[in-house]
Structure formats: structure tokens, C-alpha cells
Ligand binder design. Structure first.
Ligand code: ADP
Ligand code: MG
Length: 251
């Protein structure tokens, strides 16, 4: 069934009755099992959209349907079947060992001992969790923290995973590991993945489908090969630059 976003709009209230239209009537669908690149310049409205798709923010208007479920009626079910990682904000407790946070997630989501063990083994492989799992996030590198967050968001086997800039500020090797991990999860579990990134290699190696937004509006929704054929080049960096520049000129 997948994800269906329809006419989604969100305005932030600023000081002195000023408003900021962050997401302006966006609609798209994401089929189950895809990895979608959710792209756009800073301030485009990506995080706001993801927050509405994960029930963190309530839209002004429009609807989000996750496998036919809506936040109004099925909030808990959606929470159980979705995971989210924000590159800028960890879900883990800063001062307690990562393993304890993971066990907290295990209890919260009622994950069986069996599933927990199996997942920890499978995650440790690529993410190298064993190296740092007994330390608290405050002692970890950004890359290690991100790996810990990825483990936390997947420990309860969600069907859908939202990743908002998971590779931001991370060294090339950790980035490579994180990419491998995302690919493995998608291949083995058919987890639907919505990935926000400014890294062109992330998109090239992972995404079949791309959704591009700018200033809160949808400007592209299609496959990566289609996008390349429209712009008559395989240089994705060049294409994205052109799209963002066109957006600036229309501002
Ligand atoms: N809590 C907030 N209050 C007011 N304005 C916000 C808030 N969060 C985001 N914005 C504004 O909404 C717009 C979209 O932001 P965001 O969704 O974070 O974009 P992106 O993730 O694509 O960089 C930006 O202009 C941003 O400044
Ligand atoms: Mg953002």
C-alpha cells in the first residue's frame, strides 16, 4: 500500500503575527519497499514534511496515510511500523550507555529477546556496534552516534524508515558503512526508506526514486534515470545545482 501524502501544508507562526509557509500543498506517493531520495536546498521544507509524515507535527491541512492508516485514527499502529532518524538530533539518552538506550527501545516497542538478539547481531556486522555500545553518546564520534541511532530506529523492525540527513558531517568511511547498512536493510527486509541527504553519492548508490522540493513545493517526483534523461546528463550534482539555481531565479 505504501505512503500517500496528499495536499500537505504547514505554516509556522513566527513573532508578531508573522507566518512562514514551510510546506505548500505537497502530494506524492511512495510504494512499499522503495528507497526514495527526498531532496531540496536548505529550508525547502524537507524536515517539516518528514515531521508531518511521522506524526511529530500536525499539518494545517492535507493528509498522510501510511499503509492505509492515519495519525488521527491509528497513531499507535503507525508509531510501531515506522522509525525515524534525525541527523541533527539523537533519540538516545546522552549520558547512559548506548546498549541501555537500545534495551529501553526494546521494552518500549515490546521486542522479544530473540528478535533483539538477532537484530543486534545483524546490525553489529556492518555498523561495528560492539566497539562503542557500552559508552554513552556524549563520548562518541558523530559517525558512531549515527550508527547507534540507526540501530535504535530499526531494533523493532519497522516497515518504514525515515532518515533525515543521516550522513551529515560524517567521515567517508562511516558514510560508506551507513550506506551499506541502509542498502542491506532495504534488501533483506524490504523496508521502505525515505532518505534526506545533500550527498549526491548517497542518492546515486541508494535511490531509485527521487522527490525534490523547493520552497515548500514539489518540483520533481520520478526515477533517477528519468531525471538524468530530462537533463541529458548523468552528472547528478550538475542536475541538482541547475534545479536549485532555477528555484533561486524564480524567488
Ligand atoms: N520551528 C520552526 N519555527 C519557525 N520556522 C521554522 C521552524 N522549523 C522550520 N522553519 C522554517 O520552515 C522552512 C522549512 O524548514 P525545514 O523543514 O527545516 O527545511 P529543510 O529541512 O528542507 O532544510 C524554513 O524556512 C525554516 O526556517
Ligand atoms: Mg532539514
Amino acid at each position: 500500500m505504501g505512503i500517500e501524502v496528499k495536499d500537505l501544508t504547514k505554516t509556522y507562526k513566527l513573532k508578531r503575527h508573522q507566518k512562514k509557509l514551510a510546506v505548500d500543498n505537497i502530494s506524492f506517493t511512495i510504494p512499499t519497499g522503495e528507497i526514495v531520495g527526498f531532496i531540496g536546498p536548505n529550508g525547502a521544507g524537507k524536515s517539516t514534511t518528514i515531521k508531518m509524515m511521522t506524526g511529530i507535527l500536525v499539518p494545517d491541512s492535507g493528509t498522510v496515510s501510511i499503509d492505509g492508516l492515519t495519525f488521527k485514527k491509528n497513531r499507535k499502529e503507525i508509531m510501531l511500523k515506522t522509525g525515524v532518524v534525525f541527523g541533527q538530533k539523537s533519540v538516545l539518552c546522552w549520558d547512559i550507555p548506548v546498549i541501555d538506550s537500545l534495551k529501553l527501545f526494546k521494552d518500549m516497542y515490546r521486542v522479544s529477546e530473540d528478535v533483539f538478539r538477532t537484530n543486534m547481531d545483524s546490525f553489529s556486522d556492518i555498523l561495528g556496534l560492539d566497539e562503542f555500545i557500552s559508552q554513552p553518546p556524549r563520548l562518541l564520534s558523530l559517525g558512531q552516534r549515527m550508527k547507534a541511532d540507526l540501530a535504535a530506529s530499526l531494533i523493532y523492525n519497522p516497515d518504514i524508515l525515515f532518515l533525515d540527513e543521516p550522513t551529515i558531517g560524517i567521515d567517508v568511511l562511516s558514510k560508506e558503512r551507513i550506506r551499506q547498512f541502509i542498502k542491506k536493510i532495504n534488501e533483506e527486509r524490504h523496508t521502505t526508506i525515505i532518505l534526506t541527504t545533500h550527498d549526491v553519492s548517497d542518492i546515486e548508490t541508494l535511490c531509485e526514486k527521487m522527490i525534490i522540493i523547493d520552497k515548500g513545493t514539489l518540483i520533481y517526483d520520478g526515477t533517477l534515470p528519468q531525471l538524468k534523461s530530462i537533463y541529458k546528463t548523468t552528472d547528478l550534482e550538475e542536475i541538482i545545482k541547475k534545479i536549485y539555481l532555477a528555484g533561486e531565479k524564480n524567488a
